[in-house]
Every structure is written in structure tokens, then in C-alpha cells.
Design a protein around this ligand. Structure first.
Ligand code: GUN
Length: 284
């Protein structure tokens, strides 16, 4: 059986470091990082993510504001809300939970957030910096994945990695970060042919498509590292990832569970990013 990389356990350790850093910042600056999360509408998954982010902030000693807006808010109004937080010196991080309702242009929302407060790392300039390998705020989920790999000293240099999923939030940035660590990266997606053969070549498999059982044991090379980013509900309401965990766990050298894997690490990374924005804003 491969070793489980528990995001729950690792998060606990890292969040304690975050909490101590917040305490130190408070002693030094008389202020703590303040994250504002804007939630538009009532999507149940988004509500639960936002609740977890809010709790995470409070437990770390940070300030957290959840600004809930009706699903029928106009784009103009939402952009005005963002501007208000951009201009507020007491706010250090701004996040608009995605997806936003269809009548709102997501790109405009992302572009509107002041880059110094872009805790998601989604602003085009932040994305550009990441692609250039410059210092920047990294998107929370890929950052959390890298923290998980580092926590087990998993060698990436020269390794073959496949990422299944090409989203702006996970797949694309994860590819850049792995490349930055000298892995050879393949990005697969819904139109990829011969996915099984490609996965069988891989030393590291990152599954981020949002479909249960996308990765099954017959697709996994003996000793591969498997990172499961998927969050899916079965017909019975059970939370599962994109990987057939039971089938794959004996072939993998390391594997992440769902729940308790990448999910908690995403929020942990967000807390780290909020500290980072706070420090940059205060010139710390
Ligand atoms: N929706 C799903 N993941 C994310 C995330 O990391 N940030 C935001 N803002 N919305 C999301």
C-alpha cells in the first residue's frame, strides 16, 4: 500500500505556523491580515468552500469578512463592491468565489481586483509573473499540491508528470509549477487520446477534471505518485475524487485521499497568500 499524503494532517501543521506568524505580525504591526470573500448567489458547493475559508481565517487569528450578494447583482454593482475593498486600507486580501452567475463576466471580476490584494493569484499580471517564474502569489490549489509533494521530499527533477485537466485554477498553473521544478509535464484533457497509455508513462499523476473514476488502477505505473484534486458526489451523496482510490492505492508510492487531501491544503495556501499580501502591503 502506498503512503497516504494527508492534507488534513499537513494542513494542521502549516496552519499552526500561519497562526504563529499572524501573532508575530500582530505584535509587530498592531494589525492582522484581513481577507474579504465575496460570494454571489447560493451555490451549495461555493457556500461550503466559503464557510471553510472563513473558519480557517478565524482559527489562524486573521480577520475574515464574507460579503454575500444576491445572484441577481449586476456586474456593475459587483465591480463597485470590489473597488470599495480595493480602496479599503483595512483589507489585505480579496477573493470572489467562482463561478459567478452567467450574466457576470468572470474576466472583468478577476481584472478588477487590485493585484496587491489578489490572494487567488488569478489576476492576469499574477499569472504572467508565475509563467515567467517571478515572485508572485500562486493559485491556492496548485500551491497546496506543491506543499504536499515537498512535505514528502518527492523528487520532481526529470520525472514525467501528467496533469489531467487544463483549468486556469488548477491544471495550467500546476503544469507551470511542476515545470519550474524540472519535471517533464503533459497536460491531458477531455479530448486527449490514449489517456491510459500516457498515464502509464507517468511518475506523477495529478487528476483535476471533476469526474469520478477518471484514473483507475490499470492506468497507473507501479510506484507512481497520485494527487487527486477531484471533488465529486456519488449518487449516494458520498464525496469522492477523480481517482479510484481503493483500486490505485496499492500501486502508488504516495496517494492523496478525498476528502482530507488537496481540499484542506487549498485553504491553507489561501491563508499563506493572505499573509503574503498583508506583508507586501505593509512593506514587511
Ligand atoms: N472556485 C473553486 N476554486 C476556487 C478558488 O481557488 N478560488 C476562487 N475564487 N473560486 C474558486
Amino acid at each position: 500500500m502506498g503512503e497516504i499524503i494527508s492534507g488534513k494532517v499537513l494542513s494542521k501543521e502549516v496552519r499552526e505556523e500561519v497562526r504563529l506568524e499572524v501573532e508575530a505580525l500582530k505584535a509587530q504591526y498592531g494589525a492582522v491580515p484581513h481577507l474579504v470573500v465575496i460570494l454571489v448567489g447560493e451555490d451549495p458547493a461555493s457556500q461550503s468552500y466559503v464557510k471553510a475559508k472563513h473558519r480557517g481565517c478565524l482559527k489562524a487569528g486573521m480577520l475574515s469578512t464574507v460579503d454575500r450578494r444576491d445572484a441577481d447583482i449586476s456586474e456593475e454593482e459587483l465591480l463597485a463592491v470590489i473597488k470599495q475593498y480595493n480602496d479599503d486600507d483595512e483589507v489585505h486580501g480579496i477573493l470572489v468565489q467562482l463561478p459567478v452567475p452567467k450574466h457576470i463576466d468572470e474576466d472583468k471580476v478577476i481584472d478588477a481586483i487590485d493585484i496587491s490584494k489578489d490572494v487567488d493569484g488569478f489576476h492576469p499580471l499574477n499569472v504572467a509573473y508565475m509563467h515567467l517564474g517571478r515572485k508572485c502569489i500562486l493559485p491556492a490549489t496548485p500551491k497546496g499540491i506543491m506543499t504536499m509533494l515537498e512535505s514528502k521530499n518527492i523528487e520532481l527533477k526529470g520525472k514525467d508528470a501528467i496533469i489531467i485537466g487544463r483549468s486556469n485554477i488548477v491544471g495550467k498553473p500546476a503544469a507551470m509549477l511542476l515545470m519550474g521544478k524540472h519535471a517533464t509535464v503533459t497536460i491531458a484533457h477531455s479530448r486527449t487520446q490514449n489517456l491510459k497509455e500516457k498515464c502509464l508513462q507517468a511518475d506523477i499523476i495529478i487528476a483535476a477534471v471533476g469526474r469520478a473514476n477518471t484514473v483507475t488502477a490499470d492506468m497507473v505505473k507501479e510506484g507512481a505518485v497520485i494527487i487527486d484534486v477531484g471533488v465529486n458526489r456519488t449518487a449516494e451523496g458520498k464525496l469522492v475524487g477523480d481517482v479510484d482510490f481503493e483500486g490505485c492505492k496499492d500501486k502508488a508510492s504516495y496517494i492523496t485521499p478525498v476528502p482530507g487531501g488537496v481540499g484542506p491544503m487549498t485553504i491553507t495556501s489561501l491563508l499563506q497568500n493572505t499573509i503574503e499580501c498583508f506583508k507586501r502591503i505593509l512593506g514587511a
